[in-house]
Design a binder for this molecule. Structure first.
Ligand SMILES: [Zn+2]
Length: 99
C-alpha cells in the first residue's frame, strides 16, 4: 500500500511539472490561463469550465490537485500534452470539432 502512495505522489509531481510547461499553461480548448484539469482521453490540460464540457461528452477528466494519476496517464501526458495536440490540430476549428 505504501508503494502505491509513493507512486501516486511521484506521478502527481510529474504531472505538476508538466503543467508548468509553457504549452500546458493554457487550456487547450479555450486558451484560458492555468488549467487545473487533465482530459485523459486526449492527454491535454484543460480549465475547470472546459473540464465540465468534456465530462458532458463522457471524456475522462482528472483534477490535478484531487485525482491520482497512473503511470499510463503520466506517460501519455509526457508524449502528448497541449503542445503536441496543438501541433496536430493547428486549425482552431478542428480543435473545436474534437472538443
Ligand atoms: Zn478552457
Amino acid at each position: 500500500m505504501k508503494r502505491k502512495v509513493e507512486e501516486d505522489e511521484k506521478n502527481e509531481k510529474i504531472v505538476r511539472n508538466l503543467m508548468k510547461l509553457p504549452s500546458n499553461r493554457r487550456c487547450i480548448n479555450c486558451n484560458s490561463q492555468g488549467p487545473q484539469y487533465v482530459c485523459t482521453n486526449f492527454s491535454t490540460f484543460v480549465c475547470a469550465t472546459c473540464s465540465g464540457i468534456h465530462r458532458e461528452f463522457s471524456h475522462r477528466v482528472k483534477s490535478v490537485s484531487m485525482a491520482t494519476f497512473t503511470a499510463e496517464d503520466v506517460a501519455a501526458l509526457r508524449e502528448c500534452g497541449n503542445e503536441v495536440i496543438n501541433h496536430q490540430l493547428p486549425n482552431r476549428q478542428t480543435q473545436l470539432i474534437i472538443f
